[in-house]
Ligand binder design. Sequence first.
Ligand SMILES: NC(=O)c1ccc[n+]([C@@H]2O[C@H](COP(=O)([O-])OP(=O)(O)OC[C@H]3O[C@@H](n4cnc5c(N)ncnc54)[C@H](OP(=O)(O)O)[C@@H]3O)[C@@H](O)[C@H]2O)c1
Length: 225
Amino acid sequence: MEGTILITGANRGIGLALVKAFLDRDIPVLGTARQPEAATELRHLIPDKDILRLDVSQTESIDEMGMALQRRNIKLNGLINNAGVYGGQERFSELDPTVLMETYRVNAVGPLMVIKTCLPMLTHGARVMNISSNMGSITNAGGGHYAYRMSKAALNIASRILSLDLNADPICVAVHPGWVQTDMGGKHANIAPHESAEALCELYLKLESGDSGKFFNYTGKPLDW
Ligand SMILES: NC(=O)c1ccc[n+]([C@@H]2O[C@H](COP(=O)([O-])OP(=O)(O)OC[C@H]3O[C@@H](n4cnc5c(N)ncnc54)[C@H](OP(=O)(O)O)[C@@H]3O)[C@@H](O)[C@H]2O)c1
């Protein structure tokens, strides 16, 4: 029986679809939202007590979530760092250091600090899945989108470093969820949120210690960093 999974940014998009995918498999989920009271769809899926307030860009917010988990003596079988921002379509001429730093904070520093906070609660053999993007791949890089690409490249190297530092316990991977029809991906994206989430859920359940430190497409195919 799979234990509880914590999913960040669970109130919409891929995060919400991931909650549904795990619940469909009878796997218990805790979800985070910046504004739990406004997370209407999530509140239809899981009880209010299982929706934790979290802004990954705020250290105090991460600490408070950690304390809330500790108070309940929660043990986690997995953590999915899904919350993220796009940061805008910057060309080189449009670069704004504030946007660069804010995007880095949410997409790279936030997930790392969430892992640090949750580490004592993760059970032996737990899995950490960082929702990254192929746009953070150096091998497959295209032009523009500096803030997003740089922040996801940072999340990728963080995933790799952690897999070494933690000796694959928990297993730690970075994944590309596909180009998904969400607020971020837009309506012209290739796949629906439930398609991405179903595939990510299957991938998550198959992860083994030998997978730690790798970068996967949502289909399970390894990707180049
Ligand atoms: N959609 C795609 O095509 C695509 C492709 C590659 C990678 N991804 C990655 O997949 C993940 C989910 O993306 P999505 O498409 O589902 O995006 P989305 O629909 O825009 O949803 C983003 C989620 O992240 C949360 N979030 C944003 N900033 C946050 C913060 N500071 N603290 C906590 N939560 C925060 C949002 O909460 P609020 O509702 O409060 O804003 C929302 O729940 C992201 O990491 C994204 O980079 C998406």
